[in-house]
Design a protein around this ligand. Structure first.
Ligand SMILES: C[S@@+](CC[C@H](N)C(=O)[O-])C[C@H]1O[C@@H](n2cnc3c(N)ncnc32)[C@H](O)[C@@H]1O
Length: 222
C-alpha cells in the first residue's frame, strides 16, 4: 500500500527543503556577521533572534523524520505537539503519519512569523495543511491551551528550554505518551537537565538515548 510520506508532492517539498537546509552553515555565518562583534546575543529578544535566523532551517535529518513518521504510525497519536516548527520539515513527517493513520492532528509552534508562514506554505503544497495547526509565538504562551491530552511530543526548539517546557506540558501528557527530544548529542550541556529528569526513576518516565544523527532521546510517560 502506498504511503503518503512517499507522495510526489510531499517528496518535492521535502527534497527542496532538505536541499535548502544544506546552506544552513553559510546562512548561520551571515547571521553571526549580522549580530556583529559589538553586539552579543543577549542584546536581542528571543523573537528578534528567531527573525535574524529566519533563513536557517535546522531541520531534523531525513532519518529522524522517518523515525518520527514510524513512531506516529505505531503510536497513532490523536494529538501531537511540536516545539519548533521552523520550515515544517518534521511537521510534514508527523502530518503524513496522521494522514496514513486516518486520524490525528498536530499542533506546532514557532517564534518566527516568517518561518511560520513559510511552514504553512510548505504544508499546503504537500497537501497536509488540514492536519496541522501552526501557532506563531513563544511556546510557553502558545501551548498553554490545548484541545486534549498530548500523545506525542516533539521537542525541537531551543534546547535549554526542553525541561521547562516539558514541566509546563507535563499535566497534559497522556499515559503512554512518547516524548522525542532532538539534538541531545549536539547540545549535551543544554539538554543535560532534561535528560537527567526523564532518566531519573520516580519522575514518571522511561527514557533512552538513540545515537541517530545529532542524537535523540525517546521517553515514555508512565
Ligand atoms: C531546530 S529548529 C526546528 C526544526 C523543525 N522541527 C524541523 O525539523 O523542520 C528550532 C526552531 O524553534 C524555534 N523556537 C525557538 N524557541 C522557541 C520558542 N520559545 N517558541 C517557539 N518556537 C521557538 C526557532 O525559531 C527555530 O525555528
Amino acid at each position: 500500500m502506498p504511503i503518503f510520506l512517499q507522495d510526489e508532492a510531499v517528496s518535492a517539498v521535502l527534497d527542496r527543503s532538505f536541499a535548502a537546509a544544506e546552506n544552513d552553515a553559510i546562512t548561520l555565518d551571515a547571521f553571526r556577521s549580522t549580530v556583529g562583534p559589538d553586539r552579543t546575543i543577549g542584546d536581542f529578544t528571543a523573537v528578534e533572534l528567531a527573525e535574524l535566523a529566519a533563513d536557517v532551517y535546522m531541520p531534523v535529518s531525513r532519518e529522524v523524520g522517518t523515525l518520527l513518521y514510524l513512531l506516529a504510525r505505531a503510536n497513532r497519536p490523536a494529538l501531537t505537539v511540536e516545539f519548533g516548527t521552523s520550515y515544517g520539515i518534521s511537521a510534514i513527517h508527523l502530518a503524513a503519519a496522521a494522514r496514513d493513520n486516518g486520524a490525528g492532528r498536530i499542533i506546532t509552534t514557532e517564534l518566527s512569523a516568517t518561518k511560520a508562514k513559510a511552514a504553512a506554505g510548505n504544508l499546503a503544497e504537500a497537501g497536509l495543511d488540514a492536519f496541522v495547526e501552526i501557532r506563531t509565538g513563544d511556546a510557553f504562551e502558545t501551548l498553554r491551551e490545548l484541545p486534549g491530552p498530548i500523545d506525542l511530543l516533539l521537542l525541537d526548539g531551543w534546547n535549554q528550554l526542553y525541561l521547562p517546557l516539558l514541566r509546563l506540558l507535563e499535566p497534559r501528557l497522556a499515559p503512554g505518551a512518547l516524548i522525542v527530544a532532538d539534538d541531545v548529542t549536539l547540545f549535551p550541556a543544554e539538554t543535560r537537565d532534561y535528560l537527567d529528569y526523564v532518566h531519573t526513576p520516580g519522575n514518571g518516565y522511561t527514557g533512552v538515548e538513540i545515537p541517530l544523527d545529532d542524537g535523540l532521546d525517546l521517553a515514555l510517560r508512565h
